[in-house]
Design a protein around this ligand. Structure first.
Ligand code: ZN
Length: 168
């Protein structure tokens, strides 16, 4: 079986791995210039409060990038401003990040459940028979969800079907 199985992780590990892509992304982005100062991106979040862009004055903004200069100046930037001053698709990257994170959290039951079933199948410890085409489909569903994608209804139904066997 080997490498085609990849790692059968649980939701918390998947989320941890995803969160590690943030410092990688910001490190890779490095330092950028705005007016007479050099800045770094220190945070990006979806705000539930009304906030104002400190660069273009746009109000309200809901996706906020916080940038900080070496001497401690902090600015909140809107999506188009952060993309413009960094010359990168920063806002899109974080939007994708948040969507993936939301999907992973929503699919926790499926990720954890399939992780267990597939691990037991791999060790031939499953208390029931499972056709190889179903294993293949469940494996595909599992890795899809670990990558932050949402499963289709039929994929969920197949997983639910095997979940119901495991609790009996
Ligand atoms: Zn702006």
């Amino acid at each position: 079986m080997g490498s085609r199985w990849g790692k059968l992780t649980k939701t918390d590990d998947v989320l941890l791995a995803l969160s590690k892509t943030i410092p990688e992304f910001t490190r890779d982005m490095g330092i950028f210039q705005y007016k007479d100062k050099k800045y770094r991106l220190v945070d990006n979040f979806a705000s539930s409060q009304y906030m104002k862009c400190g660069i273009c004055g746009n109000y309200p903004i809901f996706a906020v990038s916080v940038i900080r200069s070496k001497d401690g100046d902090r600015l909140n930037a809107c999506s188009s401003c952060i993309d413009q001053i960094t010359n990168r698709a920063v806002s899109g990257w974080f939007k994708t990040y948040r969507r993936k994170r939301g999907n992973i959290l929503e699919n926790r039951k499926y990720i954890d459940g399939l992780s267990s079933i597939l691990a037991e199948y791999k060790r031939s410890k499953l208390p029931f028979q499972i056709p190889s085409e179903d294993v293949e489909e469940l494996r595909k569903t599992f890795f899809q969800m670990c990558n932050g994608l949402n499963p289709r209804t039929e994929q969920k139904q197949l997983a639910d079907c095997y979940f119901s066997y495991t609790v009996e």
